[in-house]
Design a protein around this ligand. Structure first.
Ligand code: IPM
Ligand code: MN
Length: 384
C-alpha cells in the first residue's frame, strides 16, 4: 500500500480507565498526536468510560456506548483498570471483567508484549547489568481463551463428608485446537521477523491442555515453520530461565495465564513495569480487526494523582498502535523519541534511583515529543 492510499485520519477510542490510566495516556496521546501530524495524518480521539470509573457512572465496567465506540474505531488506546474502591464488587461487575469482555468483543486473541533493555537502563535493573543488557524478547500471550474464560467456573455448594455441604470453587483451563493453532502461528510469524526462535511455555508434565498445546505447536512448527527453531519449557522452569538468562529468549509463546505471570516477571528485566507496552490483535486476515493498545502495568492506585507515573509504557503502546495502523515511520519516530529522552538522562521516579533527579509524567512525555520530532528518521532504537 502506498502512503497516498492510507487514510489521513484514524478514529481512536480512548479508554483512560482508573488510577494512573489517565495520567499516562493523556500525555502519551499528546506525543502520538504531535508525531502523527508531523507524518501527515491525524488522530480523531474520543474518550469513553471503562473499568471502575464506568461502574461508578453506569453500574457496569464496559457500557454499551463504549462497546460500540470501540467496535467503530480504528484502534483502542487504553490506560488501566481497577483499584481498591471496586475490590468488593461481585465478580461480574469488577473493573477487570470489563477489560476481559473488551478483549473478547474485539477478538484480540494475540497479545504481544515486547521486553527489551535499552543500554542506558541496564543499570536500573534489579538484576546484574551483564545478565540483562541486550535482552530483546517478545512474549506472545494467548488472550481470549484458557482459564480466564473457560466454563464451567464458579462457586457451588456440594455434599461433603459426613452429610455437610461445603463450598467448592473452580475454573476451567480449556483450549480448542483452533485456538492453539492460531496463536502458535502468530508466534512463529513473529519469530520469522525477529531471531527465528520460539520457546513455547506450558505445563505439559501435569496438564492435559498443555500436552495438547505442546503437540500442536510442535506439529505446526515442523510442517509450516521448519526455518524457525522451536523448543519447549515448563512454565516453572521458564520463570527461572527468564531471570537467569533473558538473552536466551526470542519469542516466548504461551497461554493466557502463564503469559500474564511471565510478562510481569519479565518487567523486572528493564527495571520497571512502567516501560512495557502491549498490543492485542486479532487475525491478520480478518476483514476488520480493531487492535487494543495498553501498557502492561496496572492502575497503580498508590501512585495516582501525583504526576510521578512513568508514561513510557503508554507511549510505546502508541508506537505499537502506529505499527498496526501501517504507520511504521511514525512508530519509529515515537521509539526514537523514547530512546532520545532516556539517552539524555531523563527518568521518572520509578527509574531515577539514586541517579538523576526524577521528572514528572508530563515532563517525560514532553521530552519524548521533542526527541521524536527532532529525529524522525532514527528508527527502532529502543531494542538494543
Ligand atoms: C494484564 C492484566 C489483566 C490480565 C487484568 C487487569 C485482567 O493483569 O493485562 O496483564 O490479567 O490480563
Ligand atoms: Mn497482568
Amino acid at each position: 500500500m502506498t502512503s497516498s492510499q492510507r487514510p489521513t485520519t484514524y478514529r481512536i477510542a480512548w479508554l483512560p480507565g482508573d488510577g494512573i490510566g489517565r495520567e499516562v495516556t493523556e500525555p502519551a496521546l499528546a506525543v502520538l498526536d504531535a508525531v502523527a501530524e508531523a507524518h501527515g495524518f491525524f488522530l480523531d480521539v474520543g474518550e469513553h468510560a471503562m473499568g471502575g470509573c464506568a461502574i461508578d457512572a453506569t453500574g457496569v465496567p464496559l457500557p454499551d456506548a463504549t462497546r460500540e465506540a470501540c467496535m467503530a474505531a480504528d484502534a483502542v488506546f487504553m490506560g488501566a483498570v481497577g483499584g481498591p474502591a471496586w475490590d468488593d464488587q461481585p465478580p461480574e461487575t469488577r473493573p477487570e471483567r470489563g477489560l476481559l469482555a473488551l478483549r473478547r468483543l474485539l477478538g484480540t486473541f494475540a497479545n504481544l508484549r515486547p521486553v527489551s533493555v535499552p543500554k542506558t537502563l541496564a543499570g536500573a535493573s534489579p538484576l546484574r547489568r551483564e545478565i540483562v543488557a541486550g535482552t530483546d524478547l517478545l512474549i506472545v500471550r494467548e488472550l481470549t481463551g484458557g482459564i480466564y474464560f473457560g466454563e464451567p467456573r464458579g462457586t457451588v455448594e456440594e455434599a461433603g463428608e459426613g452429610g455437610h455441604t461445603e463450598s467448592v470453587s473452580f475454573n476451567t483451563m480449556r483450549y480448542t485446537d483452533a485456538e492453539i493453532e492460531r496463536i502458535a502461528r502468530v508466534g512463529f510469524e513473529w519469530a520469522r521477523r525477529r531471531g527465528r526462535r520460539v520457546t513455547s511455555v506450558d505445563k505439559a508434565n501435569v496438564l492435559d491442555v498443555s500436552r495438547r498445546w505442546r503437540a500442536l505447536v510442535s506439529e505446526i512448527g515442523a510442517s509450516e515453520y521448519p526455518d524457525v527453531h522451536l523448543d519447549h519449557l515448563y512454565v516453572d522452569n521458564a520463570a527461572m530461565q527468564l531471570v537467569r538468562n533473558p538473552r536466551g529468549f526470542d519469542v516466548v509463546l504461551t497461554s493466557n495465564l502463564f503469559g500474564d505471570i511471565l510478562s510481569d516477571l519479565a518487567a523486572t528485566l528493564p527495571g520497571s513495569l512502567g516501560l512495557l507496552p502491549s498490543a492485542s490483535l486479532g487475525a491478520p486476515n480478518q476483514q476488520r480487526c480493531v487492535g487494543l493498545f495498553e501498557p502492561v502495568h496496572g492502575s497503580a492506585p498508590d501512585l495516582a494523582g501525583q504526576g510521578v507515573a512513568n508514561p513510557l509504557a503508554a507511549i510505546l503502546s502508541g508506537a505499537m498502535l502506529f505499527d498496526a495502523l501501517d504507520r511504521p515511520e511514525a512508530a519509529a519516530a515515537v521509539r526514537s523519541g523514547v530512546t532520545g529522552a532516556l539517552d539524555a538522562g531523563y527518568r521518572t521516579a520509578d527509574l531515577a534511583g539514586h541517579g538523576p533527579t526524577a521528572v514528572t509524567t508530563e515532563a517525560m512525555a514532553r521530552c519524548v515529543s521533542q526527541y521524536a520530532l527532532r529525529a524522525p528518521s532514527r528508527a527502532s532504537l529502543v531494542v538494543e
